[in-house]
Design a protein around this ligand. Sequence first.
Ligand code: ARG
Length: 461
Amino acid sequence: MAKMWAGRFKKELNKEVNDFNSSISFDGVMFESDIIGSIAHATMLGKQGIISLDDSKLICKTLTEILDDIKNEKLELDLEAEDIHMFVEAELTKRIGEVGKRLHTSRSRNDQVALDIRMHLRKEADETMHLLLKLIEVIVKLAKNNKETIMPGYTHLQRAQPITFANHLLAYAFMLKRDYDRFMDAFHRMNYSPLGSCALAGTTYPIDRETTAEMLGFYGPTENSLDGVSDRDFCCELASTASISMMHLSRFSEEIILWCSWEFKFIDLDDAYSTGSSIMPQKKNPDICELVRGKTGRVYGDLMTLLTMLKGLPLAYNKDMQEDKEAIFDAFKTLKQCLSIFTPMLDTIKVNKNNMRNAAAKGFINATDLADYLVKNGMAFRDAYKISGSIVSYCIENNKVLEDLSLEEYKKYSELFNEDVYDAINLEKCTFKRNSYGASAIESVEKQIEIIEEFLNSISE
Ligand code: ARG
């Protein structure tokens, strides 16, 4: 295909350079945004009298046909083309000749690509946010079924204090809710149209940027022509949000991997969401979680690609910026894929409530409550902490747990101990009396569920 800039050049582009330069193999996915953007531009050109109304109408009609043809696979993208923008314009000119050549008046590929990528990423963000909501819904469902399921809560991966499985699960619901909010925030900041910034300096034609921005669902035009075409901070923000979201999924995955090991056996994965080993017949592997954990690094890599690509770039557009697309598209593709598979996997887990409870019943998970008992009977916390530690040490030496000790044994450590100490260290009581805001008690967990459900309802409204 002859290059659009053939007038300025005497030789054809070297084939390898053409391949190196070309982005259509990865920006072809933006065809719809590109065409819709061009339709808005052509409509505005007609309205402003920059091209004739007849030309404007013919361009719009033909662009719509091209869009349909690509969608219906009647028209294939030409991989020899430099990018999707050149391809669409060349196809338009092929179909309507001279008139097609008028489309690019007072526009540059620089504002075109800045526009297309914003429009494309709006859709990607929207789909991702939808998937985040689906996962939050599944977490809420599981939490509702596990309000009374006691498990050990950990710090340093050491049993720390008893919690409910519901409280543990809901921690992820709040993380994912913030991910949703972060995508929304990024959307609000990026939803301005760069169209009409032209190459970098704007134009002498009487264009109407408000109209094109409005036609394309933007809040308005970007305020500065150089900024409009040459910043990709929104890509960084989206990749950063995707990275944070992957990080959350990765932590959740890591816990699921632990929970379904024989050492924990807190949950079982459904057969449809786990894999076997080629050699060890007993194995049931949490491959999905491991892949999510692994792919997290890849999304971080996408973020680094974007930040590093932009670092030190002078204004305005530079070809380096063509590297934005593969990185940000990959970040979204990976996150969407992970969410799509993680959600049904979580939805089908079997919770082994007894194993969770048994794990919580060992390991001196109620030692804090023992100390608190002494505090409630008048002792200073530091002293109570020390005495409880000594009692734990005594138990370990004698292969006992706190519940096994006689009142006589307790009294050797402090006269403040009475018969009601057993009640104070009872596992259920320790768990369900923690009813502060955000805690594990049934009423505290119900409040959290209410907050998340309100959030979910506010979105579906
Ligand atoms: N394919 C280019 C990109 O993705 C489009 C913009 C090209 N502009 C230019 N002046 N070469 O960034």
